[in-house]
Ligand binder design. Structure first.
Ligand code: GYE
Length: 305
């Protein structure tokens, strides 16, 4: 129902719901696994599932949310591409009396608040993910010190937070140098192109930290094209934990990967039901992430998404 400025729209307790999922893009296995999980769990529960794919455009994603509002969905799950441009969509849904749950990425906390403008953020601790990569690196660098950082989509919460968690921990450890840090937009091909340019500008770089698997796999292609051995000449590290990256650890090309769990379906609809039942929902419903390195990669590759 309609909310006042101070409170969230309510959600009626019903047998079935019409839910919207505004996805940000579908250009990688992580996104595909997430969509699949949301869709499969909706089918299992007998919910109607309205799906949109913003194809990498924040402007399209705002329009997608507006179309879900016009269709009168009961609740919108939104994976906001960037922290700021999706704020008007969150506020428009609130104004229309439709609760929003943010999935996997968050929005600028100065512009919208959990428990007031949207119900909650469900997702991983990205600062912690970046920190876990750094902690592994500090123990396993073997004298390598010069880092190229491939950042995720500019203005997205995982790019901001994975950078902060890693950079702060690396600075605190001392002895390392981030020689270049640039966005590869979470994409394999952009990651490859940016890695190629940065490796040319910094031929002495011997560590690549990528904010996701896709860019790490792009960087591996760039390294091989430059005649360098990933895993030997240059240490490669990433976040996400898809099958291809976990296998690359087993093959000796990636050093370590922090998982970012994409299986949102069960927790998403459980949170919806708790909200409809009148539970007070915490501001952040945290996902837990695994960690992969040579100790477990071969055994775990079968269960990676
Ligand atoms: O790491 C990346 C995806 O928002 C946590 O977005 C997500 C990130 C994930 O495109 O691969």
């Amino acid at each position: 129902g309609l909310a006042t400025a101070a409170e969230l729209p309510s959600l009626k307790k019903k047998e079935t719901y019409k839910v919207g999922f505004a996805q940000t893009e579908s250009n990688n296995p992580w996104r595909i696994a997430q969509t699949e999980s949301m869709k499969a769990e909706a089918a299992k529960l007998g919910y109607q599932f309205v799906y949109t794919d913003a194809a990498g455009s924040a402007a399209k994603q705002v329009a997608d949310v507006n179309s879900m509002i016009a269709q009168g969905v009961d609740l919108i799950f939104l994976a906001p591409r960037e922290e700021k441009p999706l704020i008007p969509a969150v506020l428009a849904a609130k104004k229309a009396g439709i609760p929003v749950i943010l999935l996997d990425r968050s929005v600028d906390p100065k512009l919208a608040t959990a428990g007031k403008d949207y119900v909650t953020f469900i997702g991983s601790d990205f600062v912690e993910e970046g920190k876990r990569v750094a902690e592994w690196l500090v123990k396993n660098a073997n004298g390598k010190t010069k880092i190229i950082e491939l950042e995720g989509t500019t203005g997205s919460s995982p790019a901001n937070d994975r950078k902060k968690g890693f950079d702060d921990a690396i600075k605190a450890a001392g002895g390392f140098q981030i020689v270049a840090s640039q966005s590869g937009d979470f994409s394999r091909d952009k990651g490859r192109q940016v890695a190629e340019a940065l490796l040319q500008a910094h031929p002495d770089a011997n560590i690549v930290y990528a904010h996701n698997d896709e860019m790490a796999l792009g960087a591996i292609a760039a390294l091989e094209a430059a005649g360098k051995k990933p895993g030997k000449d240059v240490l490669v590290l990433s976040i996400d934990g898809g099958k291809e990256a976990v296998k690359a650890i087993a093959d000796g090309k990636i050093g370590a990967v922090v998982e970012c769990n994409p299986r949102f379906g069960p927790i998403a609809y459980k949170t919806l039901k708790r909200y409809a039942a009148g539970d007070k929902i915490e501001a952040w419903v945290k996902n837990t992430d695994k960690f992969y390195d040579t100790a477990n990669a071969s055994a775990e590759v079968g269960s990676a998404y």
